[in-house]
Design a binder for this molecule. Sequence first.
Ligand SMILES: *Cc1c(COP(=O)(O)O)cnc(C)c1O
Length: 399
Amino acid sequence: MKPGTRRRETSAVHGAAKLDKKDGPVSTPIYQTSTFEVADNEEQQRVTATDRYYTRWGNPTNTVAEQTLAELEGTDAARTFASGMGAITSTIMALLKAGDHIVAQRDVYGGVAKFLADWLPKLGIETTFVDTTDYEQYEQAIRPNTRLLYLESPTNPSLGVVDFRRTSALAKKHGLISMIDSTLGTPINQRPAEYGIDIVMHSGTKYLSGHADLTCGVVCTRQELIEKINDTRTTLGNCMDPHAAWMLIRGLKTLAVRVARQNENALRVAQFLSDHKKIRRVRYPFLNRHPQYEIARLQMSGGSGMVTFEVEGTGEDACRVSEAMRLFTLATSLGGVESLVSIPVLTSHAMISEEMREKMGVNEQMVRLSVGIENADDLIADLEWALQAVGAKQTIPVG
Ligand SMILES: *Cc1c(COP(=O)(O)O)cnc(C)c1O
């Protein structure tokens, strides 16, 4: 088979795992070492700053994970980080300096909103927030010193969808670097780099690792940007441990099948919820009443495993529903094989003011589901049971 012709399902399994196959291990070896022996100082100079020098610079196991991810996203290269936030903060600090300006969606991950609004001003970098799908606002927010267009799609927890073609064209027109948090999308459902988005980033903690047992982050982009990002990662020490890299490689092998099942299950769950009388609103990119349904169908091959709904009731009703579930586990985070439920105003958006939350479209009645790979009928039965709690005088008995 010619290189570069593999489809995503194949890349996810085979990745870049050519590493030291002399002894024939099918699984990638873990280079659990912080440093590497050299024969002489000439070799020492040759390996400096490569993945056979010192693990803060790189490590062969991490390289396999990185090359696999670059292939999945269709970019020149990728780098792994200690967490998704580590990937975002290191990348932004690598590319911007004091006096620069960012245009960012208002509706971004809570930790990112905090970094942009509270932390970067300390370094002299300002951000203007815009409404996710109001592209006029994006254009108006751009200043002569704007350097970065920061995007997220689908958004968390509102599941808004950003038009990749339009935003990447806007960035090119104004000479900006475009960066997207594609965590909820996964490279199975969407590949923003194909639309000209410069940097694709993931919290690998979620779908990429897929088993709720790992914290990591990934950035995929072109070579010239990777070099700057690499230098900052090494300086800030935001690197990923080789054992974690091995777990990420293992997770990636099943990414395509997990995501395909999660897409199917989530669509079934969303359809069930949209007909339910105790529910006011369901958000899912592949439901045809979703406001960006057309764009979602165009640039995504599946609607993702996330479903957000609002109960016809109060914030207390939403909490009661989440606590009455027996199959969906009450926990923050997403993207694992097991289904989770959480209340955004108490978890991902707990640190954000009510006024800001309203602008982001996040309210107390919202329940966010991360749909796993279980049987969809069982998941729907659990929801049917738990929704009895809406408007109930007391908590329904568990069991
Ligand atoms: C979880 C998450 C992050 C942060 O990733 P960590 O691995 O927790 O640091 C960033 N963006 C999105 C969309 C996330 O869901």
